[in-house]
Design a protein around this ligand. Structure first.
Ligand SMILES: [Zn+2]
Length: 204
């Protein structure tokens, strides 16, 4: 485990310490231009309890997490995000035991069940690439650095996320922890995680 790990984890947790923040993040990934009903195309809706939105036009209930690895999970999104952060930040692979430790669980059954899902969400070079319309965004998992004195080396975890549009939802996701946002890095990620001929959309 590298030295800046706990500090960066702490930063990540400051940003994604609440369900609402995680949900908002997924919302923005799924609907970068605001809510859009997958059934009727209306762009007006209301947030309901949990991850559900209600279409103002056709009254359909739409889940922000439909089609994602978070769908139908009884675990809070904060737990998923923490687990994803852990898996993407470890360069040499992770074990269920490591995941259990970082999540502070008493036994590793949940971590053991979670890990394969997370692994499927990770980039496997040249295999299982996303296709169709793919939204790609880089994001910092960490708090703003204002208020931090002295330690300018304090780093945020930089992640890149590719999400395949899937009619009903954002569908499959690919994640990677990246060192920078250089053209080469972004290109490498896209080449490995997206099929040639796909439409790549990004707001950056
Ligand atoms: Zn609708």
């Amino acid at each position: 485990m590298n030295e800046d790990f706990p500090r960066t984890l702490w930063e990540m947790e400051r940003r994604f310490s609440e369900e609402a923040a995680c949900r908002q993040y997924l919302f923005a990934l799924r609907w970068p231009e605001g809510f859009r009903c997958p059934a009727c195309g209306a762009n007006k809706g209301w947030a309901m309890r949990g991850n559900l939105w209600l279409c103002a036009h056709c009254r359909r209930q739409v889940s922000v997490t439909a089609g994602t690895i978070f769908q139908d999970s009884h675990l809070p999104l904060t737990t998923w995000f923490r687990a994803m952060w852990f898996v993407t930040s470890q360069k040499n692979g992770v074990s269920a035991l490591g995941l259990q430790r970082v999540l502070g669980w008493g036994n590793y059954r949940t971590a053991w069940a979670l890990l394969p899902k997370l692994r499927r969400a990770m980039v496997r070079p040249g295999r299982d690439r996303l296709s169709g319309t793919v939204e790609v965004d880089e994001t910092y998992w960490g708090a703003e650095e204002s208020g931090v004195r002295g330690r300018q080396s304090l780093r945020k975890a930089l992640l890149i996320v590719a999400a395949q549009a899937d009619g009903e939802g954002i569908g499959r996701i690919r994640l990677r922890h990246i060192p920078d946002t250089s053209r080469a890095t972004l290109h490498g990620f896209i080449t490995e995680s997206v099929e040639p001929g796909s439409t790549v959309v990004s707001d950056g």
